[in-house]
Ligand binder design. Structure first.
Ligand code: ATP
Length: 316
């Protein structure tokens, strides 16, 4: 086959707790990650030039080595060119960007995951999902999750995954201000400055928190597919630094709550905010009410849903 089309979904965090500082400089996290049905589309096409060519129309997406999709292709070429050099050649990568950029939705990570999956197929490498996830961890903390998607507890930097019962079909409204972007390193660094004194310092303490999450209300609610209970258990430590710095994001979250969302939370390092709804009709009505009340041309709103598939591939 000479080309594949990958569907690469965004994620939200149903839970994000920062436990402490790791020796490698990252934060130790405990999260519940969830795939949603808002997707980029990525084509990977064989070329014979030996080059990686990247195409994307979105003005905020870099077309350089800074693009995680580019780095994913570099990684695969570096790993497999010796064995598969002749067939590997080069690759043209075209990204149709639908996931908002720098939004806390793992938009870059899912593109990177898609390229790993796509090149595995294009070059017929036969790598298993765990093998792809191991490569993915070198690209970024969220990339391993993006490969398989679904609902998972993520620990470590976010790369250690424990899949749980998949949630499916719960309607959400997602919102983001076009003119607000939050840098993930800034959010974590600011959190460290403000809350670092309260960090859990030892690995045994981290284990205790992870076990508490495993046996706690959110995981039980997910197992029962009880959306009311899930909505009550949403949590994100990064709201403590992002909401005070971006009052419009706080206002957006308040607006969702005031108009009957059963639960609302910022995703990841923000600034996107999601609202869990009882039905698609309620989600459509909520989107309309929030758009009307905030009346801001920079505010983008989507009705979408919680979904289970990770990267999906089809032959071009
Ligand atoms: P995460 O939730 O994984 O922290 P995010 O959703 O907050 O990520 P991204 O959309 O991945 O953020 O964008 C963060 C930065 O990464 C952007 O400012 C952009 O410069 C860069 N970037 C690199 N590759 C991509 C890509 N394929 N798509 C979007 N942004 C990318």
């Amino acid at each position: 086959m000479s080309a594949y089309l990958l569907t690469a979904p965004a994620k939200i965090n149903l839970y994000l707790e920062i436990l402490g500082d790791r020796p490698d400089g990252f934060h130790e996290l405990v999260m519940v990650m969830q795939t949603i049905d808002l997707c980029d589309r990525i084509e990977v096409r064989q070329n014979r030039s030996g080059e990686i060519n990247l195409y994307c129309q979105h003005p905020e997406v870099p077309l350089t080595e800074n693009n995680i999709a580019y780095r994913a292709a570099q990684l695969m070429m570096g790993q497999f060119a010796d064995i598969y050099g002749e067939i590997a050649g080069g690759v043209d990568i075209t990204i149709e960007k639908n996931i908002p950029v720098a939004a806390g939705l793992a938009g870059g990570s899912t593109d990177g995951a898609a390229v790993l999956v796509g090149l595995n197929l294009l070059w017929d490498l036969g790598l298993t999902q765990p093998e792809l996830q191991e490569l993915a961890a070198a690209l970024g903390s969220d990339v391993p999750f993006c490969i398989g998607g679904g609902t998972a507890i993520a620990t470590g930097r976010g790369e250690i995954l424990d899949p749980i019962t998949d949630l499916d079909g719960i309607p959400i409204v997602l919102a983001k201000y076009r003119n607000i972007a939050v840098s993930t390193p800034w959010a974590y660094q600011t959190y460290r400055e403000q809350f670092g004194n309260g960090y859990i310092r030892d690995a045994a303490g981290w284990q205790t928190r992870m076990k508490q999450l495993h046996s706690g209300g959110l995981i039980q609610a997910i197992q029962k597919q009880d959306r009311q209970a899930i909505a009550k258990e949403l949590y994100n430590d990064l709201e403590k630094v992002v909401l005070p710095a971006f009052p419009k994001v706080q206002q957006l979250r308040d607006c969702f709550a005031n108009h009957g969302a059963i639960g609302t939370m910022m995703s990841g390092s923000g600034p996107s905010v999601f609202a869990i709804c009882e039905s698609r009709d309620q989600a459509e009505a909520l989107k309309h009410q929030v758009a009307q009340e905030l009346n801001d041309a920079d505010l983008e709103l989507w009705v979408t849903q919680i979904a289970s598939p990770g990267i999906q591939a089809e032959i071009r």
